[in-house]
Design a protein around this ligand. Structure first.
Ligand code: DCP
Ligand code: CA
Ligand code: CA
Length: 672
């Protein structure tokens, strides 16, 4: 490795000068050194307990894949009945038990029902593909890792998984707050609930093991290209074919993408911590201890050096190749941006990346690069991308939100977040500026071709349904508490129950009923802001056990229409009813509605009869479109997108990018 490093420094003179003046001066002298080295200075020092008599246990963290399907895993765990399980997500509940589709489920926590000793065994699965075991024997760990395989997306090589695992010791102490001392985690007996402290430590550990895998991948990459440099130095030759160079470039981009995407590696504090004063410092402390920020910077620096090396390889290839490669690089940049988009998409995405809508926008030149990019007005702009929130006086509501939140910790958190987004956008725009007209034209042509090919393979033969419960938690609470309604008998929940209400707490609301939405009150908004917007707002604490029980009831209805339905969260699922429609064909009487509409209307009615709650549905030739459609006639409605090419094309053309699931305010502003 060292010969490569030294040699690189000579042959990459130009490159290195640039790198050395880069923003991380302390690491510049040996930029290609193993980042793991930096990490290992700090890890695997299993210190003795503070009090030598205190009992210690171990916590083990592994990163096994790019991501987990936590919904699927959760279903398996519940079926097996060996563990109690709880889900957590950003919406912000201390002991949440629901996956939220919009934000994705962040973590799953399980505890065994059968106890072995007094110390609780506890396991956290994090959506980014890491799992953290507290006091779990190796045998049990391996069993769980094996079961986990079915739910892994983008599995990492076995040797990386085990080499990069982290192990630390922990103990308990009669103190009020958990802390980290002498490389040991000390859990506070008085802290309640304790599992949130454990989650916080696990969160940082999960990041560390993830970064470890990325570091190992990069190290392997560097080792593989070592011979290139040798050849170049000894013989002035490059023995790599164009395809190999391209493959390597692709791998580099993918890596860079992973590091940059996980902004948590750098300094971002996840939303989860904003109103958890005890936990945020714990998380930061643990991150510092594991050296995460610095390692991520080193890694980024190494990546740019590798990219520069590839640059040199490109210039050594002959001219025709050179031109070809250059536009391939542009394509890779396009792919990098598109990947960021796709990364957040659900199933069946490829069918849906439709022709003429978004792609040109990625490079449209309608932005003044020197102007700040966001919020001409308020920082705390109302996010009204939610059913029942059309035609609100957005400006007025945003102003009230801004006023209500100024000076609060929430405001500071959002401000910092916005600054980071601005910096990222500025960076993207800088990159964009460096792209020449010629490169852009070539890349656009290529992307156009890809899109045309995708269009050709569009399949309209299947019928997908997305069913989503209306104001789910709120509707359950309204159903069960007559004081939340005006008492009238109208069967449609949203007319009958006309008191503005929301479910959640002062820290964060999980959802609001449709009346409260007219005031601008919505999910992911702190309760205190909700009450400013709507002084009569009733806030009810959540009851996850109940939501789960309701979910079990309507899931049985789903299974009748599609035994393989995919639940996306506690209140929604995708169904493929193609087969159901085929078998059902001869049993139906003629009607004005299409066959699919009839069937879905029946399905919703069955849900209502079984739960006294309304659901909305979208029917379309793929899941992404079905998801968009289920929001159109919400609440208590459905929308059918006929499976005809021109109908679909027109529908997609009119769609704003924000309607695509996974594109929120942040990604939207990056894409513009
Ligand atoms: N939820 C949450 N935190 C969020 C968003 C949602 O805890 N930030 C919970 C509460 C919701 C449930 O998930 O009731 C379902 O989320 P939806 O986005 O489907 O919203 P609703 O069902 O409440 O309303 P809609 O009628 O718009 O579907
Ligand atoms: Ca819903
Ligand atoms: Ca939902």
């Amino acid at each position: 490795m060292w010969s490569l490093r030294c040699g690189l420094r000579q042959s990459l003179g130009r490159v290195m000068t640039r790198a050395m003046s880069a923003s991380v001066p302390q690491i510049a002298p040996a930029p290609i050194m193993s980042a793991n080295h930096v990490k290992r200075l700090n890890r695997k020092k299993l210190a003795s307990a503070l009090d030598p008599a205190a009992k210690t246990w171990f916590v083990d963290a592994y990163c096994t894949a790019e991501a987990y399907d936590l919904n699927g895993l959760h279903r398996l765990i519940r079926r097996e009945g060996l563990y109690d399980s709880f889900e957590m997500f950003e919406g912000g509940f201390r002991d949440a038990a629901s996956v939220n589709y919009e934000h994705g489920c962040d973590a799953l926590r399980i505890t065994p029902r059968y106890l072995v000793d007094d110390e609780r065994r506890e396991i956290f699965f994090l959506c980014g593909g890491s799992v953290v075991f507290w006091n779990v024997t190796e045998l049990e760990r391996l069993t769980i890792l094996r079961k986990l395989r079915d739910f892994e997306k983008g599995r990492y090589p076995e040797n990386f998984v085990f080499d990069e695992a982290e192990k630390m010791s922990y103990s308990h102490s009669e103190v009020a707050k958990a802390f980290l001392q002498k490389n040991q985690i000390i859990l506070a007996n008085e802290s309640s609930p304790k599992h949130l402290d454990k989650y916080t430590f696990s969160h940082a550990l999960a990041l560390s093991v993830k970064l470890g895998i990325l570091e190992a991948t990069l190290d392997e990459f560097v080792e593989k290209i070592e011979h290139v440099h040798e050849d170049l130095r000894k013989e002035g030759l490059i023995r790599l074919s164009r395809t190999e160079v391209l493959k390597k470039l692709g791998a580099l981009f993918a890596l860079r993408h992973s590091v940059n995407l996980s902004s948590e590696f750098l300094d971002e504090t996840p939303d989860f911590y904003w109103d958890r004063e005890n936990l945020e410092p714990l998380y930061q402390h643990m991150k510092d201890y594991l050296n995460i920020g610095k390692r991520a910077k080193v890694m980024n620096e190494k990546l740019s050096l590798c990219c520069d090396l590839m640059d040199i390889l490109v210039t050594h290839l002959n001219d025709t190749h050179h031109v070809r490669l250059e536009w391939m690089i542009i394509i890779l940049i396009v792919i990098e941006v598109v990947c960021e988009f796709i990364h957040l998409m659900p199933l069946n995405m490829n069918d849906d990346f439709d022709s003429d809508t978004g792609d040109d926008d990625l490079f449209s030149d309608d932005i003044n690069h020197d102007v700040p990019f966001h919020h001409a007005g308020t920082l705390m702009e109302l996010n009204d991308n939610k059913a029942g929130m059309a035609d609100l006086d957005k400006e007025k509501i945003s102003r009230i939100i801004e006023e209500a939140s100024k000076g609060s910790k929430f405001y500071d958190h959002k401000k910092k977040q916005q600054e980071r987004i601005d910096a990222k956008i500025a960076d993207l725009l800088r990159k964009k500026k460096a792209i020449t007209e010629e490169q852009l034209k070539n890349a656009s042509a290529k992307v156009g071709q890809i899109v045309r090919n995708l269009e050709k393979s569009r399949d309209l033969s299947r019928t997908f349904v997305h069913v989503d419960m209306d104001a789910f938690y709120a509707a359950v609470e309204m159903r069960d508490d007559p004081s939340l309604s005006d008492g009238s008998e109208n069967i449609i929940v949203f007319i009958r129950r006309d008191k503005p209400m929301a479910v959640g707490g002062p820290g964060m609301l999980a959802t609001s009923n449709y009346l409260a939405r007219r005031f601008g009150v919505r999910a992911a908004m702190p309760g205190f802001i909700g009450q400013k917007l709507c002084p009569d707002l009733i806030i009810v604490p959540p009851n996850f056990e109940k939501y789960r029980a309701v979910n079990a009831i309507f899931s049985e209805v789903f299974a009748k229409y599609d035994p393989n339905y995919s639940a996306m969260s506690l209140d929604e699922a995708y169904l493929d009813i193609t087969e159901f429609l085929r078998l059902d064909q001869n049993v139906r009487k003629p009607s004005d509605l299409s066959h699919a509409e009839e069937v879905v209307s029946d399905l919703r009615e069955e849900i209502f009869l079984a739960t006294q709650l309304t659901a909305s549905a979208g029917i379309a030739p793929n899941t992404l479109l079905a998801k968009v459609c289920s929001d159109i006639n919400k609440p208590n409605g459905q929308f059918y997108l006929r499976p005809e090419r021109p109908v679909v094309a027109e529908f997609v053309e009119k769609l704003s990018v924000r309607k695509a699931c996974g594109i929120g305010k942040v990604l939207e502003s990056k894409l513009h």
